[in-house]
Ligand binder design. Structure first.
Ligand code: C2E
Ligand code: MG
Ligand code: MG
Length: 569
């Protein structure tokens, strides 16, 4: 079974053959042309062509050429097989031509003999050139799919194989393999000894793949360095995938001997399945990598891991976390300022919204990095940086242009719960010359659910300094009216999701109207977020909303535009 499987894999990288039907056609055409040649060359018939009488024998040359073209095409297209057939045909013809000339004395056949000899020379030249070319091409195509160091398949072969399986819609698993601690082996033994280990690993795995011992059809390839890849197909159940991987894991258990010293090697295996986990070559390879990195990260005794979407999320978050850390260190976090207006379009102030620039200079939205920053405990550093930069920017403007406006900053629950939160706020305000009564801190309802007592303590302290409190994204959390009643807030921010639906039906409109009424009853002012069209403004005016924030009157602005808007207000 093993060698059949390997043949199937090898065939994938062979040049495609021309169809046999064309070969048969060439032979048939050759013989037909020869019959016509025999007939025409001996015929004394005259034919009328365009009013001129010509001997039928004039067609002999045409059909001789057709025959020669068939012979030469056979060699050119079918190489070895074509050459054998052409040679046989020509050699078989020689005795009969010689007999015709020397026994029957028909000397008109001498040109035929000459033509045959010339064709023979031509096909020998074509074929010998072909053999040289074929040899060269074969070595090129072998090189293209072979890893130079280990002699097993390389990355190109693996990806081509995966693509061919995908095009056939054949289920398979891709296993990313990485040798554990290979770097230290390389560092301590030197590169050439490291290479010897890689060669030995490849040799053992090649034997498993070619022997068919695993019971599945496997292709093993080296992708780069100590990274290998195994492609498994022909399994009956998904458990068979693990069984096959274990075969490859087990052959590493025997010691590796190098310069009379024994070494023990193991590897991490992560796999993803087509079509269950991914449907494209690059995706499936990167998903099996994600699973393999998980094995490395967990460092457990189980060295095999199947890809899941959850792993991908963790992996993405790790990537974003790295980005955030770098962005903080390299000062790539900054703020944009979205204006807020009263319903008559007079400026109320600005909300500072964090932005991050990645290493290429692209802007990353807070929807991507804020949740990760919250999860990994980096949010307070972002909040602090936005807070410091925005109060410093507006503090500087206020020095020369006193203005009455509110600067809103978002603060996450985690940050607010820090013991020195209020101290930090107050000292930053002092350092940046920004008046406390111009500041508004946006918190979400979730604060009340997580730790009402502590939050209230902190909020009351802030209020004592004259700082305003806004409840952000109102309506999306689960806070009850009793919580709301306890919160000494100043502003209620109705979430965009309610504003979006507001004009679609009467009940949605009444819902927003009810929130505004309740807010007013509790002595809060109310702002609607995400207002995008004139009809929404009209409705909000009618139901007594106090303020508007939304793209219709202002997107988040860079510093210079925010300054201009403030000074012209
Ligand atoms: P948020 O505090 O509710 O901010 C309002 C969001 O709605 C902003 O998105 C703003 O750009 C967007 N927005 C405003 N008007 C419109 C509109 O008319 N149409 C649409 N489609 N969107 C509108 P952004 O800047 O992406 O911020 C998303 C969220 O990220 C914020 O929601 C806030 O929860 C969080 N965030 C932003 N900056 C900070 C920060 O410095 N610290 C913390 N902790 N969270 C922040
Ligand atoms: Mg906000
Ligand atoms: Mg909001």
């Amino acid at each position: 079974m093993g060698s059949n499987q390997q043949n199937e894999i090898n065939n994938l990288f062979k040049e495609k053959k021309s169809p046999t039907s064309v070969f048969v056609f060439l032979i048939a055409l050759y013989f037909i042309s020869q019959i016509v040649v025999i007939f025409t060359s001996r015929s004394e018939l005259m034919v009328n062509i365009n009013g001129r009488m010509l001997p039928l024998s004039f067609a002999t040359g045409i059909f001789t050429s057709i025959g020669n073209i068939c012979i030469i095409s056979m060699v050119a297209v079918y190489h070895r097989k074509g050459f054998a057939a052409a040679l046989t045909i020509l050699l078989v013809q020689f005795p009969s031509i010689l007999m015709t000339i020397f026994v029957a004395g028909i000397y008109t056949s001498i040109p035929g003999l000459f033509t045959n000899l010339m064709t023979l020379v031509a096909i020998i030249l074509i074929y010998s050139n072909d053999v040289k070319k074929e040899k060269y091409q074969k070595s090129l195509s072998v090189q293209a799919v072979t890893d130079r160091l280990t002699g097993i398949y390389n990355r190109f072969a693996a990806t081509e194989y995966i693509s061919s399986l995908i095009s056939k819609k054949a289920p398979f698993a891709v296993v990313s393999i990485d040798i554990n601690n290979f770097k230290s082996i390389n560092d301590s033994l030197g590169h050439s000894n490291g290479n010897k280990i890689l060669i030995e690993i490849a040799k053992r795995w090649k034997i498993v793949a070619e022997s068919g011992a695993s019971g599945t059809t496997d292709l093993v390839a080296r992708l780069s360095g100590d990274e290998f890849c195994l492609i498994i197909k022909g399994y009956a159940t998904k458990d068979d995938i693990i069984k096959t991987i274990k075969h490859y894991e087990n052959v590493l258990e025997n010691k590796f001997t190098l310069n009379d010293n024994d070494y023990f090697i193991n590897a991490s295996f992560g796999y993803a399945i087509y079509p269950d986990d991914a449907a494209e070559t690059d995706t499936i390879l990167s998903y099996s990598d994600v699973a393999m990195y998980d094995v490395k990260k967990k460092n457990s005794s189980n060295h095999i891991c199947h890809f899941t979407q959850e792993l991908l999320r963790e992996e993405n978050n790790l990537e974003i976390e790295r980005e955030i850390r770098k962005a903080i260190d390299e000062d790539r976090i900054y703020a944009l300022f979205q204006p807020q207006f009263d319903v008559n379009h007079h400026l109320r102030g600005f909300e500072a919204l964090a932005r991050m620039r990645d290493e290429e200079g692209n802007i990353v939205s807070p929807g991507t990095f804020i949740p990760v920053a919250e999860k990994v405990g980096l949010i307070d550093r972002i909040d602090s940086s936005v807070f410091d930069k925005s109060t410093s920017f507006f503090g500087e403007i206020l020095k020369n242009h006193p203005a009455d406006f509110t600067l809103s900053v978002n603060v996450s629950v985690r940050h607010l719960m820090k013991a020195d939160f209020v101290d930090e706020i107050i000292s930053t305000l002092g350092r940046n010359n920004f008046p406390a009564d111009h500041l508004e801190i946006e918190i979400t309802e979730s604060i009340m659910i997580e730790s009402a007592e502590k939050a209230l303590e902190c909020i009351n302290e802030l209020k004592n300094y004259g700082i305003k409190i806004a409840i952000d994204d109102f309506g999306t959390g689960y806070s009850s009216l009793s919580y709301l009643n306890k919160l000494p807030a100043d502003l209620l921010k109705i979430d965009k999701s309610f504003i979006d639906k507001m004009n679609l039906n009467e009940s949605s409109k009444q819902y927003v109207a009810a929130i505004i009424s309740i807010g007013h009853i509790m002595n809060f002012e109310v702002i609607s977020e995400g207002v995008e069209d004139v009809d929404q403004i009209e409705t909000l005016k009618k139901i007594n909303c106090d303020f508007i924030q939304g793209f219709i009157w202002g997107k988040p602005l860079p510093e210079n535009e925010a300054k201009e808007l403030l000074l012209n207000a």
